[in-house]
Design a protein around this ligand. Structure first.
Ligand SMILES: [Zn+2]
Length: 274
């Protein structure tokens, strides 16, 4: 089945109008070099609009993809700078000194709202390259989007207690562990990308409801288009998110759907890109 056929099927099974209208800020989108061939920027933006996205936090290995999308739809794209020049660097970047020059050059030449998403675990967070990345985020006042375990998150905050960290996938941790870390760090937010246990079948389990209720200002949704094919899942993911969010009080659902991300990235104004 062609991906576009899948999108049509999704449209036919859309939830009720009120729920369908809930805007979504997708806080976990990648548009890397291997996504362009099948999905040039106008088509990518068409998918974001079809999904009813208010905005999207976008990063790309190589950064050019992010810049191309930003140029195509500046009002829709919140740009983030990955420390990866190409696919395959996610396990080596923290020991690769040349990453520092890449980050410094990009930060001089374009404006961003965040650095990430980067993959970083445990004691690796204290290596020289990640330390420099944290220092650059502080210098440029950028959010860190970290695909990390709790240990690395703690270490990043030790380096910069004022850092603002968006914890990718909520660390793939259980709700109790996520709560523990959110209690410990007031400048920690968490995305729910590429996990489904909080909303499978459109239902919200009690432990997740309790977590969202305790931390109404910290969560946001995201698709995670880590391979080009997953771009065709953005629309379905938005619909799926609206389904489980409908189980929450409207004000809380709106926060998780878009208001929390909008607040975290409120400093990023449309047209602020150079
Ligand atoms: Zn990702």
């Amino acid at each position: 089945m062609r991906p576009w056929t899948a999108l049509v099927c999704v449209a036919l099974t859309a939830p009720s109008a009120a729920v369908a209208e809930l805007p979504i800020f997708d806080a976990h989108v990648h548009y890397s070099h291997d996504a362009w061939d099948n999905l040039p920027p106008p088509d990518a933006v068409a998918i974001l609009r079809q999904a009813g996205l208010k905005r999207a936090l976008v990063s790309s290995s190589g950064d050019a993809g992010t810049q191309r999308l930003l140029a195509e739809a500046p009002e829709l794209i919140v740009p983030s700078l990955r420390p990866y020049r190409s696919r395959g660097e996610l396990g080596s970047w923290m020991r690769d000194d040349s990453v520092i020059g890449f980050l410094e050059e990009r930060l001089k030449n374009a404006r961003y709202a965040a650095i990430g998403e980067f993959h970083l675990y445990g004691a690796d967070a204290d290596l020289a390259v990640p330390r420099r990345l944290v220092a650059l985020a502080r210098q440029y006042q950028l959010v860190l989007h970290a695909h990390s375990d709790a240990d690395a998150v703690d270490r990043l905050f030790q380096q910069d207690p004022q850092a603002r960290i968006l914890w990718a996938h909520s660390g793939f941790e259980r709700p109790e562990k996520v709560a523990e870390l959110l209690r410990r760090h007031k400048n920690l937010w968490a995305d729910l990308a590429f996990r489904s246990e909080h909303g499978s079948g459109g239902k919200l389990p009690p432990e997740w409801r309790a977590l969202f209720t305790e931390f109404p200002d910290r969560f946001m949704v995201g698709t995670d288009t880590f391979t080009p094919e997953r771009w065709f899942y953005i629309v379905e993911h938005a619909q799926w998110s609206r389904a489980w969010l409908a189980e929450l009080p409207t004000a809380l659902a709106e926060r998780i759907a878009w208001r929390n991300a909008e607040a975290l990235f409120s400093f990023w104004k449309v047209g602020s890109a150079q």
